[in-house]
Design a protein around this ligand. Structure first.
Ligand SMILES: [Zn+2]
Ligand SMILES: [Zn+2]
Length: 221
């Protein structure tokens, strides 16, 4: 059964529920939380409709027709949003490569990681730095040098993450020891890890999933 717990997050909308308010710089918070309608426009451009106006984003050329991008030449919230929608598979894109091993990504539902480097929500994994067992909560489309902890420190800036890539997507997980059996991990403290710091167990152990992680309740129909 393809339950939400084994499928992981699929949309930016679902991601909003997992990312704390202060985990991203303010422009990226807006990109994540403001309502935007996005649709493809021609081969490689996208129309972004917001309450403030309608803009055209070209992710390859890194351009947007809004004032932020066109006049102040910064990477605007519309560009961030299109990029994440592409990573999350709600929009289709041609060539994508794993941020850890550079293998081509065939399954478009995987945010920036190949099958081998993409754990599922609820999967038990190992933290390479501490050897601790973690439970995966979500795979985010945010780079480790962008996603930050409550004090404003990017995940990539922690000395324990020096061996891992700044460009890797952040995986949110909690320590298995901090959660009791059959207890919801909704309120467990969650931590961000660069993707390659997470080591997946053997196939047999991957089959053991922590129950209740994911979106069954909000998605049952
Ligand atoms: Zn823009
Ligand atoms: Zn990979």
């Amino acid at each position: 059964m393809n339950t939400a717990a084994t499928r992981g997050l699929e949309t930016v909308w679902e991601l909003r529920h997992e990312v704390p308010e202060n985990a991203l710089p303010s422009r990226m918070q807006k990109a994540l939380r403001e309502p935007m309608q996005i649709r493809r426009f021609g081969e490689d451009r996208f129309i972004v409709e917001t309450t403030g106006g309608t803009y055209v984003v070209d992710p390859d050329a890194e351009t947007c027709t809004c004032a932020d991008a066109a006049i102040r030449s910064t990477k605007c919230k519309h560009q961030h949003r299109v990029q994440w929608e592409l990573v999350y598979g709600t929009l289709q894109t041609a060539d994508r490569f794993c941020a850890v091993c550079a293998a081509p990504i065939e399954d478009n539902s995987q945010p920036g990681l190949c099958k081998d480097h993409h754990p599922d929500s609820g999967e038990f994994v190992r933290d390479r730095e501490t050897n601790a067992t973690l439970i995966v909560i979500a795979i985010t489309p945010f780079r480790a040098d962008v996603y930050q902890t409550a004090d404003g420190t990017p995940i990539a800036a922690y000395p324990s993450n020096a061996a891992y890539g700044d460009h890797e997507p952040v995986i949110l997980a909690t320590y298995a020891r901090s959660v009791g059996p059959n207890q919801s991990i909704e309120d467990a403290p969650r931590y961000g890890f660069p993707a390659s710091r997470i080591q997946r167990f053997s196939d047999a152990r991957r089959a053991m999933r922590y129950p209740g992680v994911g979106y069954e309740s909000s998605r049952s129909s």
